[in-house]
Design a protein around this ligand. Structure first.
Ligand code: HEC
Length: 484
């Protein structure tokens, strides 16, 4: 991330110089009465001189072989056929994918083209998408084949999972022992799906020794803790009863996490390590604050939560995770938690159903990362901080949530959260027929794993002193606004 930021800065600098050149040129051309190819110091916007630097800093992280985008933009030959589509995608702001309202917050991983960059891509397409001169071409970026981090260790599902051509696949949970014989501190983590075409998302949880979470699952064997009875639409019609007393007794750390279902055990002490979904990339836990890392106790297991979607063809997947380790115990701990609301009931045809969730920060912490999560009826999502002084601040606003993209928003500067600050989330779901992704506007929608059920989760990460226990930091809180 830091490398990328530095690189972006460089490109911006080059771009400013380039645009100043353009303005001078434009004045000249205007005085000569020509308007053709208004941008570019040599008269025409070319791939080598103008377009490739933009693609390198804004697009190639996804648009290259083996990454999430379906086509590569590394070379002129690969990019040329997409010139018109690129123009359309950047003008409509469909690309690069970024959903935060620019009015709130500053994010380190912000993907937004400047007006000048958008114009350059558009005029390149309008002018026949020329390649330009070889001498103008910047050096190619070097990417590690496959991994975007240089893992010290990789951990893979022990056997491939066979995905059938059709049907609903319940979430699969695979417990994979780490065999770590001492505590480790993880500085970066990356999930590499074995087969992206059937992978909706992956979440990796750390299950510490002694945890009862998924205690019945045999290591290495795909486990489905809850099988729902489903109606003709595929919606769950009966849920396993909740383990209410046990859930209530859980540590505050997981107070707002999904309530465990029967036979699942307690999620107390279980932490989300990292996740994969379109838009999420390798996570660097030491990027927001140097000398911070995620803690994985000796003897922990990783729980792979895998959401496969069928696409008409049988497929196999064998997903793995790569980790880099701190060389010595760090000063700070990077910890992921969430403010979740499970108690909603979205009425049929409700176009704007509001729900709230909140947590309270019981020890001073620094906020570094936010990731809203809903399903296909998700409409918008807002994070606010309510400070002990009574002031509130909008941390992140996602006015048009898009389930196809799961984006993590990394704070440009860690945001201090004094003791007693509350993180409050407000979400809206659109259960009307106007929502093109809505599979059925005529049903009441409740919490559930599958995409046609709903979620309301405000994931966030904080950095605290390494010695502080997460359950002492994050507490349960009633939302300031009405619960539902
Ligand atoms: C975070 C990953 C990511 C980044 C960054 C990204 N793309 Fe994409 N892009 C995708 C994926 C995935 C698709 C295919 C799915 C889709 O169309 O939504 C896509 C599709 C496209 C398409 C086809 C759109 C269509 O309507 O068929 C174009 C054109 C495109 N991207 C251009 C760009 C450009 C130009 C940039 C940089 C300015 C960029 N993308 C940055 C992931 C990315």
């Amino acid at each position: 991330m830091l490398e990328w930021a530095a690189f972006d800065g460089l490109i911006c600098g080059q771009y400013r110089a380039f645009m100043e050149g353009c303005m001078r040129k434009l004045m000249l051309m205007l005085s000569c009465g020509t308007l053709a190819a208004a941008a570019g110091t040599s008269g025409t916007v070319t791939f080598n001189k103008d377009v490739l630097p933009i693609l390198q800093s804004n697009c190639q992280s996804c648009h290259r072989p083996g990454e999430v985008a379906p086509m590569s933009f590394l070379t002129y030959q690969e990019t040329r056929p997409w010139a018109k589509a690129i123009k359309a995608a950047v003008l409509s702001k469909k690309m690069p994918p970024w959903f935060a309202d620019g009015k709130y917050g500053h994010f380190q991983n912000e993907r937004r083209l400047t007006e000048a960059q958008t114009k350059a891509l558009a005029s390149w397409a309008d002018n026949g998408a020329p390649e330009g001169e070889a001498k103008d071409k910047p050096a190619s970026l070097s990417f590690t084949e496959g991994w975007n981090i240089k893992p010290d260790v990789t951990i893979e599902m022990p056997t491939p999972f066979e995905v059938p051509p059709s049907g609903i696949i319940e979430y699969q949970y695979i417990v994979v022992p780490t065999h770590f014989d001492k505590d480790v501190w993880v500085t970066a983590a990356e999930v590499r799906p074995g087969n992206r075409t059937v992978m909706h998302h992956v979440i990796i949880y750390v299950r510490p020794p002694g945890s009862t979470y998924l205690a019945n699952a045999k290591p290495g064997v795909p486990f489905v803790p809850v099988t729902f009875e489903r109606d003709a639409n595929g919606a769950a019609i009966r849920r396993a009863p909740q383990q209410a007393p046990q859930a209530a007794a859980q540590g505050a750390q997981q107070a707002n996490a999904p309530r465990p279902q029967q036979g699942v055990g307690s999620m107390a002490g279980v932490e989300l390590l990292t996740a994969y979904a379109p838009g999420l990339q390798a996570q660097h836990f030491d990027a927001p604050i140097a000398d911070a890392a995620k803690f994985v106790p000796a003897g922990s297991d990783f729980v792979f939560q895998l959401h496969y979607t069928t696409n008409g063809k049988a497929a196999t997947d064998q997903t793995k995770i790569g980790l880099t380790f701190a060389s010595k115990p760090p000063k700070y701990r990077y910890f992921t938690s969430n403010a979740t609301q499970q108690g909603f009931e979205i009425p049929p045809n409700d176009p704007n159903y509001e729900s709230h969730s909140a947590v309270v920060i019981n020890e001073p912490a620094q906020l570094v990362w936010l990731m809203p999560h809903m399903h296909v009826r998700g409409k918008d999502f807002l994070y606010e901080a309510a400070y002990p002084t009574g002031e509130t601040e909008t941390l992140l606003s996602v006015p048009r949530y898009d389930f196809n993209w799961q984006l993590g928003y990394e704070e440009a500067k860690p945001l201090p959260l004094p003791k007693g600050t509350r993180i409050e989330c407000t979400a809206h779901h659109d259960n009307s027929a106007n929502n093109p992704y809505n599979p059925n506007p005529n049903v009441t929608v409740r919490w559930g794993d599958q995409t046609w059920e709903e979620m309301m989760m405000g994931f966030f990460a904080v950095v605290v002193d390494a010695g502080v226990k997460p359950q002492d930091v994050i507490g349960r809180a009633a939302p300031r606004k009405p619960a539902l």
